[in-house]
Write a protein that binds this ligand. Sequence first.
Ligand code: DGL
Length: 269
Amino acid sequence: MKIGVFDSGFGGLTVLRSLLSIVPQADYLYLGDSARLPYGSKSPQTVAHYAASSAKFLHTKGIELLVIACNSASAVALDAIRSAVPIPVIGVIEPGATTAANLSRTRRVCVIGTQATIASHAYSNALQTHGLEVKEKACPLLVPLVEEGWTDHPVTEQVARIYLQELFSECEASWIDGVAADTLVLGCTHYPLLKPLLSRILPEDMQMVDSADAVAHQVALVADLNQRFKVSAGSCSFFATDSLEKFRTLGARFLGQEIAAVELVTLPE
Ligand code: DGL
């Protein structure tokens, strides 16, 4: 089975990494729209426009299922993407929210993500349908710091501390009964690379949830993949809209393995 995986650039490779470990016997086609990133600081209309053209490109390659690895695109453009291609489309918001809902004992959850994701309240809405109380915080500086390779750098730690202190102060001000959030949703493809750094900042009893594993489990379930993959050895093809060398070098950090070849594609404006 051919599965498309789409992201604004390199970050979605953290989701592909989980897909490869949980559902290894698929043929993956990954598209990073690196010419037009970041999506997280753009308007919903622009993200929807870019994401729909990216989804159509992957569809022309014969994919049967599309995973939107980008949190920003999943948050603001899922409906536009679903209208653009006649195949099942899975975003990362719902699987991540469901995992957080299953894990949280205090029923209070914090979410961090890009400006686009947080402004959409997509995680908040999804978590509230599970009966959780939610506080959200946009952390726009974290994406460039991760792309700089500063995943364990004092500057990144300081920036993350400031964001999280602001978030936790808001929680304390709102939740005056003293019951704190026990779960932090990492609502951006780049944040899983910051888990070691974040674990130094977070309260000891606070757990982190990212959508990567959750979405991979959903892919396995929805497509009944275990059955259908018996015949396939599995493969990965990579496409990017810009900066192939950067895609290979930066992408390897997100994927956790070398990327041998990337094909340059031009998408319609
Ligand atoms: N992939 C984006 C996300 O998960 C982060 C990078 C960007 O803003 O394009 O929201």
